[in-house]
Design a protein around this ligand. Structure first.
Ligand code: DHB
Ligand code: FE
Length: 285
């Protein structure tokens, strides 16, 4: 049986990827950001999964206003890094897990969540920056990845509760796959940031840190926070944080198992316009 062993949460600021690609990671500004991932890279090597189910958002790169799936699962054999205007990032292509992805699509759709099936998709910074943060600069990504895209760009966006319940359905789907696989689920994006309008540059440290506390201790209560609170408190792009609730909903305590162990927690302001938050939670074996 396949098993979700851990969940990872991290911001995806594109300038972090650019800092790595352009050899600026040692500069003092960026060093502070990357210092929060030193533990994580070691942990990821020591706890190498077979597959990462990577919940992210596309930023009008693969999808445009012509077609806006709320939840889209990548079932392809591979996914190329996208050209977001400066050429594709010089990072490895992403190797998919079509058998497991197809199984999850089947199971989750039969549990009444409508997923869009995606057989071809280039992946933008929403997916490649979390991989770079957790793996560093590598020739090949050390595991397969199932990209799972959530619309948090164009309203209406899914609620935190729907995301949390979707995570529970994903856990059931993974656990009904008949192959011994170590699967991690990652929730990415956030934390507080607003890129546009009079409030551009908004950061809310207090709200972000309460979000981290509640994600650990009270995820179901946190799932009740409505989209307007995210926008008011965490800025227009802070809504990316609902994706973290998908990963949290897939942890075993939500289904009555033991509480997850907090392996790592990090928070830093700023990286570009964004508050960087990062958590690693392990399911006790
Ligand atoms: C920034 C953050 C994002 O989440 C994003 O998608 C683009 C830019 C930023 O802080 O610059
Ligand atoms: Fe973003």
């Amino acid at each position: 049986m396949a098993r979700i062993t851990a969940s990872v949460y991290t911001s995806h600021v594109p300038a972090i990827g650019a800092a790595m690609d352009l050899g600026k990671a040692q500069e003092p500004y960026w060093q502070k950001v990357f210092s929060g991932y030193e533990f994580s890279r070691k942990w990821e090597q020591e706890n190498k999964p077979d597959v990462v189910f990577l919940v992210f958002n596309d930023h009008a790169t693969a999808f445009s206003l012509e077609m806006i799936p709320t939840f889209a699962i990548g079932t392809a054999a591979e996914f190329q890094p996208a050209d977001e205007g400066w050429g594709p990032r010089p990072v490895p292509k992403v190797i998919g897990a079509p058998d497991l992805a197809s199984h999850i699509a089947h199971s989750v759709i039969q549990q009444d969540f409508d997923l869009t099936i995606v057989n071809k998709m280039d992946v933008d910074h929403g997916l490649t920056v979390p991989l770079s943060l957790m793996c560093g600069q590598v020739k090949e990504w050390p595991f397969k990845v199932i990209p799972f895209a959530v619309n948090v760009v164009q309203y209406p966006v899914p609620s935190g509760m729907r995301c949390f319940k979707l995570g529970q359905a994903i856990r059931k789907a993974v656990e009904s796959f008949d192959e011994d696989l170590n699967v991690q689920i990652w929730g990415t994006g956030g934390m507080s940031h607003q890129l546009q309008g009079p409030r551009a540059g908004l950061i809310n440290k207090e709200w972000d840190n309460k979000f981290l506390d509640r994600l650990i201790e009270d995820p179901e209560g946190l799932a009740n926070v409505n989209h307007i609170e995210y926008v008011n408190e965490a800025g227009s792009e802070g809504i990316e944080l609902v994706m973290w609730l998908i990963a949290r909903g897939a942890m075993s305590d939500v289904a009555g198992g033991p509480k997850p162990v907090v392996k790592h927690r990090f928070y830093h302001v700023p990286a570009s316009n964004t508050a960087v938050g990062h958590l690693i939670l392990e399911n006790p074996q």
